[in-house]
Design a protein around this ligand. Structure first.
Ligand code: AP5
Length: 243
């Protein structure tokens, strides 16, 4: 199922046409892990399985950059260098989309939060709706395998679907299965930038893991193996949490 994520990608003036499913207990899950570990791939699978929206901050920022006259476009230049977008900028994007965090269908956050200030701001936004993050899944994989995944990634700029030239090839070479658009490589997957992104993860996101560990919501999942194998481990982790 392809979800309509207009509101998430375009902000509060957009209208979300996706009718949320109403599970007895909405799952509010965040996926963290180094670049290329498979957060986006797993978030898409979880979103299809649970009917909750896949909220990717990477997709959000790439969409913002594509829009003409985006006033914050200059502040997003960190993405080209493999660094993080400043917390203030990121949090203004998130505040503008707080409705997605209060959705009755729950959510799968992909790539947010990445710093302790972002995690604190998320807690604050959720508390306003009397909600909290239920589970933070951190995926682990060796750096050589991460770099192989990034080196082979193919990306659809229209629907944000993700492929891998060897592990998850599209049905037709370089064509998106869903919308037939020509697939591209992400600029930040170039080897030098990919290395910088791994470094940024180690320096900025390690404290975040301690933050969630102390709150008892963090679970580590081994990201080695096929996407389906990782997905089964992810479902086990979620079942352990939600029963
Ligand atoms: P973002 O787009 O979030 O990038 P990322 O976190 O670096 O993660 P990736 O999208 O590179 O990888 P992924 O883990 O989602 O893996 P994927 O499923 O695609 O962010 C981009 C930039 O935006 C950041 O660098 C930063 O500048 C900025 N940004 C975003 N959020 C921010 C925030 N909160 N604060 C500040 N700045 C922020 O898989 C990778 C490849 O592997 C694919 O080809 C896939 O097909 C393949 N694959 C997946 N799983 C498997 C598997 N099990 N086996 C084999 N291949 C697999």
């Amino acid at each position: 199922m392809q979800h309509d994520r207009t509101h998430w990608l375009h902000g509060h003036e957009a209208v979300c046409r996706l009718r949320p499913q109403r599970p007895a207990r909405p799952r509010r899950i965040a996926l963290v892990g180094p670049p290329g570990v498979g957060k986006g791939t797993q978030a898409a699978l979880l979103s299809s399985a649970f009917g909750s929206c896949h909220l990717s901050t990477g997709d959000l920022l790439r969409a913002a950059r594509q829009r003409e006259h985006t006033p914050v476009a200059n502040q997003l230049s960190q993405m080209d260098r493999g660094g993080l977008v400043p917390d203030d900028t990121m949090l203004s994007f998130i505040a503008d989309r707080a409705g997605c965090l209060n959705c009755r269908g729950g959510f799968v956050l992909d790539g947010f939060p990445r710093t302790v200030p972002q995690a604190e701001a998320l807690d604050h936004l959720l508390a306003r709706a009397d909600a909290q993050l239920d589970l933070v899944i951190c995926y682990d994989l060796s750096v050589p395998e991460l770099l192989l995944r990034l080196a082979g990634r193919l990306y659809c700029a229209a629907c944000h679907a993700v492929y891998h030239q060897a592990a998850r090839p599209p049905r037709e070479p370089l064509r998106c299965d869903a919308c037939a658009i020509e697939l591209s490589r992400r600029q930040d997957d170039q080897p030098e930038i990919a290395h910088s992104r791994q470094h940024e993860f180690l320096t900025s996101t390690a404290p975040l893991l301690a933050y969630y560990g102390e709150r008892g919501v963090l679970v580590n999942v081994n990201a080695a193996g096929s996407p389906d194998e990782v997905f089964n481990r992810t479902l086990d982790a979620i079942a352990n949490r939600f029963g």
